[in-house]
Ligand binder design. Structure first.
Ligand code: COA
Length: 323
C-alpha cells in the first residue's frame, strides 16, 4: 500500500527570545513569571523582528527539512502551508516559499485551520500524495502571531510565540512494517467560532485585527475534543494507546497536555513538550515539537507517533504515523 512517509523535518525560530519578565517589562503588563508558568507552563517565547516573516521562517524550516531528507527542492511537487498569519492576504505564503526554494511548477497553497492547521495540512498532503499528485511534499506550519496580539490584553498576549516547522513527506510502499501515515481524523464546529477569533480581516473590517479568546472555555473544549479525536484515530487504525511511543501535541498549555495524556492513560514521559520554550506557535507548534524530538534523538525509525491539535473555529484533529 502506498503511504506518506516522513523523510525529514526542520524548524526555525526568530532571533529574538523574550522571557516572561522581559515580555512584561517591554509591554508594561500587569502579570508575573509566576502566574504565566503556573497557569500555562510557558517560560519564554520568540517574536519575529524586522525582516522576519511567516514566509522567511517557513523557508528556513523547509530548507532544514530538505537537508535532513537528503532531497533537493526540485523534487518537491507539493507544498501545503498551514498558517493564520500569512505575509499577505494573497498570494499564498506557500507560493512565496516555493519561489524562495526555487521549486516552481508544482502545487503550492495555504490551509487555514489556525492551531489545527498543521493537522489539516498533513491530512490534505497525505491524501494528495496517495492519489499521485506528487511524490514528495513539504508540509509546513508557520506563524507570526506576535503581529496579531493585543499587548493591552494580558490574558492572551502572554500565551503565543512565532516560529515554523516543516516535514518532507514521500509517497512510497508501506510494506509489512506498516510505516507512514496510518490514519488522520479532522473535525470542525463553527458554533464556537467566537470563543477564539481575530476581530478583523480583509473582507470584514479591511484591517488585520487582533486575537480575542475566552481562555477558560477554550480550555474546556480542548481537553474533550482532543481526547475524543485521539480515540477515533486509535479505533480506526486498530492501535491501542499503550502502543504509542510518542505523542507530539499542539503546544497551547502544559495543563491541556497533562489533562489529555491523563484521559488516554498515557504517561507524560511519552509526550513531547516544548510549550515552555516556544509558547503557543499555533500551526507551527506540532512540527516545531516534532523536529525538536527528531533532532534530540527521541523519535526513531519504527516509532508510532501521534500528532494532535485543536484551535480556532473550533477545529481539531489527530494523525497517527509510524516512522
Ligand atoms: N497575568 C496575571 N493574571 C492574569 C493573566 C496574566 N497574564 N491573565 C489572566 N489573569 C487573571 C484574570 O484576570 C483572572 O483574575 P480574576 O480572578 O481577578 O478575574 C485570573 O487571572 C484567572 O483568570 P482565568 O482566565 O480564569 O485563568 P485560567 O486559569 O483559566 O488561565 C488561560 C487562563 C488562558 C491560561 C487558560 O484558560 C488557558 O490556557 N486556556 C486555553 C487557551 C488556549 O490554549 N488557547 C489556544 C487553543 S489553540
Amino acid at each position: 500500500m502506498i503511504r506518506s512517509h516522513v523523510i525529514g523535518s526542520g524548524s526555525a525560530l526568530p532571533a529574538r527570545r523574550l522571557t516572561n519578565e522581559e515580555l512584561a517589562a517591554e509591554y508594561n503588563l500587569d502579570t508575573s513569571d509566576e502566574w504565566i508558568v503556573e497557569r500555562t507552563g510557558i517560560t519564554q517565547r520568540y517574536f519575529a523582528g524586522e525582516g522576519e516573516t511567516t514566509a522567511t521562517l517557513a523557508t528556513a524550516a523547509a530548507r532544514k527539512a530538505l537537508e535532513m531528507a537528503g532531497a533537493d527542492a526540485s523534487e518537491i511537487g507539493l507544498i501545503v502551508l498551514a498558517t493564520a498569519t500569512p505575509d499577505n492576504t494573497f498570494p499564498a505564503t506557500a507560493t512565496q516559499v516555493q519561489q524562495a526554494l526555487g521549486c516552481n511548477g508544482g502545487i503550492a497553497f495555504d490551509v487555514a485551520a489556525v492551531c489545527t492547521g498543521f493537522l489539516y495540512a498533513i491530512g490534505v498532503a497525505d491524501s494528495m500524495l496517495r492519489i499521485g499528485h506528487a511524490k514528495k511534499a513539504l508540509v509546513i506550519g508557520a506563524e507570526t502571531f506576535s503581529r496579531i496580539l493585543d499587548f493591552e490584553d494580558r490574558t492572551t498576549c502572554v500565551l503565543f510565540g512565532d516560529g515554523a516547522g516543516a516535514l518532507v513527506l514521500e509517497a512510497r510502499e508501506s510494506g509489512e512494517a506498516q510505516t507512514g501515515v496510518l490514519g488522520t481524523k479532522l473535525h470542525a464546529d463553527g458554533a464556537h467560532c467566537d470563543l477564539l477569533h481575530v476581530d478583523g480581516g480583509p473582507s470584514s473590517t479591511g484591517t488585520v485585527g487582533k486575537l480575542r479568546m475566552k481562555g477558560r472555555e477554550v480550555f474546556r473544549h480542548a481537553v474533550v475534543n482532543l481526547s475524543s479525536v485521539l480515540k477515533e484515530v486509535l479505533e480506526e487504525t486498530g492501535v491501542s494507546a499503550a502502543e504509542i511511543d510518542w505523542v507530539v501535541p499542539h503546544q497551547a498549555n502544559a495543563r491541556i497536555l497533562d489533562a489529555t495524556a491523563r484521559k488516554l492513560g498515557l504517561p507524560m514521559e511519552k509526550v513531547v513538550v516544548t510549550v515552555d520554550r516556544h509558547a503557543n506557535t499555533s500551526a507551527a507548534s506540532v512540527p516545531l515539537a516534532f523536529d525538536t524530538a527528531m533532532r534530540d534523538g527521541r523519535l526513531k525509525a519504527g516509532d508510532l507517533v501521534m500528532l494532535e491539535a485543536m484551535g480556532g473555529g473550533f477545529t481539531w484533529g489527530a494523525s497517527l504515523l509510524r516512522l
